[in-house]
Design a protein around this ligand. Structure first.
Ligand code: ADP
Ligand code: MG
Length: 289
């Protein structure tokens, strides 16, 4: 490979809205056969909306939204922003939160009105108690994410949020398949929600309920099966997986940490750029050889 031809490739990449770290990146795109796509913020817009507030009997809607909103107000997660914004819009100011902690890929916890409030999913590997007062699975249809709100050790209600696929995601998946790549959806979200999003954009391989710390291990496992893996992600929690992948692609609208961990950045946030990048680099290499 001559350096000049590779640089032409990176120049064309810039025109297509791709930031490529170095010409050597093009080389690693050649053998890629699998493309792992993070769900939230990559395949979907990442702009969640609060669709439903479901208190258990004995808890009021206002109390549920106020306490959950107060804790989520301290988090930057897309789910947190949706819940805090909706709570503030409905209730005005929110109470202060103490002892706030973020539980990566699970949720948040903090003290509000003197009680310890947890918002998020069940810790992985934990079964929901059989006697829960809400049938949460019934709220989870059609790609909705159901967030649990617990205080004083008991489930107090559920908040239902949803995020929709980007307009360009289904087309991007078609283009990636046309290049012979196998798309895989990777997410910390629950399986029914992940499968609904995957079905909407044409992906049939789903790895769900994965903790942020385990995303890189999923990439390693695929590599261990002999697959050459590209990964596209946006979040802080995607960075180790982006670094582990044979080719890491960051969504340009994502976090700096993800961008730094990647070989290539899709400036506009449009997933179709991933297909452009791989097609371009294969073509560039073709002209060199
Ligand atoms: P993804 O892998 O799709 O980017 P995350 O790893 O950020 O998602 O989160 C995985 C899951 O953990 C979410 O779907 C949600 O159920 C729960 N979760 C994470 N952060 C929060 C939060 N701040 N509030 C409520 N739930 C959360
Ligand atoms: Mg994400």
């Amino acid at each position: 490979a001559t350096p000049t031809a590779l640089l032409v490739g990176t120049g064309r990449g810039a025109q297509l809205g791709l930031l490529i770290k170095g010409p050597e990146v093009l080389e690693s795109t050649r053998r890629v056969d699998t493309i792992v796509l993070d769900k939230t913020g990559t395949v979907t817009t990442g702009r969640m909306a609060l669709l439903d507030v479901v208190p258990v009997p004995g808890t009021s809607r206002e109390e549920l939204l106020r306490r959950a909103g107060a804790v989520e107000d301290a988090s930057e997660h897309p789910i947190a922003r949706a819940i805090a914004a909706a709570a503030r819009a409905e209730l005005g100011t929110l109470p202060a939160v103490q002892e706030f902690a973020n539980r990566e890929g699970v949720g948040v916890v903090g003290r509000v009105d003197g009680v310890r409030v947890e918002v998020g999913r069940l810790a992985p590997g934990t079964a929901p108690p059989a006697d829960e007062p809400l049938h949460l699975a019934a709220l989870q249809h059609g790609g909705r994410t159901v967030v649990r709100v617990v205080w004083d050790g008991a489930l107090r209600g559920a908040l239902v949020v949803a995020d929709t696929p980007k307009d360009t995601s289904a087309e991007a998946v078609r283009r990636l398949r046309a290049l012979g790549l196998r798309p895989v959806l990777l997410t910390g979200d629950n399986r029914p929600t992940a499968e609904a999003v995957a079905a909407a954009v044409g992906i049939d391989e789903v790895v769900a309920e994965v903790l942020p710390a385990d995303k890189a291990a999923v990439i390693r496992r695929l590599q261990g099966e002999g697959r050459v893996v590209a990964m596209v992600g946006d979040g802080v929690n995607d960075a180790p997986a982006l670094a582990q992948a044979d080719l890491g692609l960051a969504i340009g609208t994502g976090t700096d940490v993800a961008i730094e961990a990647s070989d290539l950045t899709l400036v506009s946030g449009d997933l179709r750029g991933a297909a452009d990048a791989i097609r371009l680099s294969r073509r560039t290499l073709g002209t060199i050889r």
